[in-house]
Ligand binder design. Sequence first.
Ligand code: NI
Length: 472
Amino acid sequence: MTQQYRSRKEIYRKKPKKKNWLFFLPIIVLFIVGSGYVINSLLSDLNPEHKDAYAHTPLKLSSERKQAKRSLLKELADKQWQESKNYSTDEQTFFVDNLKHEDSLGLLFSHFPKDNAPDIVTGKQVSENYSKSLTRVYYNFSSYIWNEKKKSYDQTESNSGEASFIRSDTKKMPTTTDFFPSNEELMRCHFLIQQEILNRSKDGNTIIDEVLNLAPFKTGDLVVNKVNDVGIEVTLSQPIGDVSMVMLPWAEFSHYLNSSFVSKQYFPEHKNKQVALTFDDGPRPETTEKLLKILKEEDVPATFFVLGSQAEAYPNVLKEIIEDGHTIGNHSYDHKNLTQLTPDAIKTQMHSTDKTVYKATGLLPKYIRPPYGAMKESIAKTLDQPLIHWNVDTEDWKKGSSEKIVKTVNDQLEDGSVILLHDIHENSVDAVRPIIQSLKKQGYEFTTVDTIFKGPKSHTQYFGGSREINEF
Ligand code: NI
């Protein structure tokens, strides 16, 4: 006791202005109560439906426990007082005494036995820079649980688990326009939001038509609900079927958001010599299955631009494509030249294929490859997914030898190339392993269309290599 008192005095002596330390007591108490309140309100919506489910401290304590608690509180207050000298704005200590079952903070400790909750919880709010404009905040706690056998408190370290994110400048939750400065940015990733809506639904098949016909959202249609390590959770102003809230994961949306809010980890350094393989007009079980086996053995990802008519006939092959980690794109329903169709016919071509792929795999096609590469601006602006063409045309459909296909690839190859092949021809599939091995030998890495184009956007045409991107 005297020791503690002395140490306070010592701290005190070092300060230039002399004030009685008792003067600070009300401030400390206010701080403790205030920060407890702040933490409680911050955590109040953690899990409200479980309010009665977690443990709480008994109201009447034994005299031993009361005494032990009193001295522990004193010790902690003392420690806090000492640490307070070193407070930075990034670290704020809080302190909760007498955890009650209506305390939202108590929800964090639902794993404690119901009749033996911590009497005291103390801890720190830890802040760290997440991105240029966002700060990541989480809590580290010590909780003190009474041990009836030992007649003393056991200390347990925990943390809040889920971190929350705030704007570094305003210390407030970021808004939709922080992430998407205008409606334009939302439109460019509309196809990804459609997928997230379907992911959230209990049965996406019941809302698939509504989702496919959704007009792009306006920034006012989405309200940021929370931001965490996974992504941005937004509430929809108009629910779609059973979906009123959608998570936009960082991993999927990083390239479509205001980059100052996105962590650097989502923008890896560009690696030289990357190529992407793409296969059109399938699936055709006889050849596609054989191709999947080769890709698996060579550990190479690919994108399959499927026809709706083929997809309808072979949904299990689609499933396999996705299970193997490849991507599916939409190549229309039955290979029509879209520039010769009416807007309604184009919509039918695309949506029927989207639906078939979704039904088989739970995923919408991520891109569109128009048959024959035929496209024009007026059509591009009505399509949801980005348009992915190619810059290396193997002309494998001419049924040339596998050697000839490999040579064509090597002749046309450059960094960032998208290679066009067809998984419906034997000679094409036979050429795949030699292509992969030849390119690997030259130091090329096989990657996805997503990586090559750093998050391709809607109403935009991509070709690969040094060919220009064409934004409408
Ligand atoms: Ni085709």
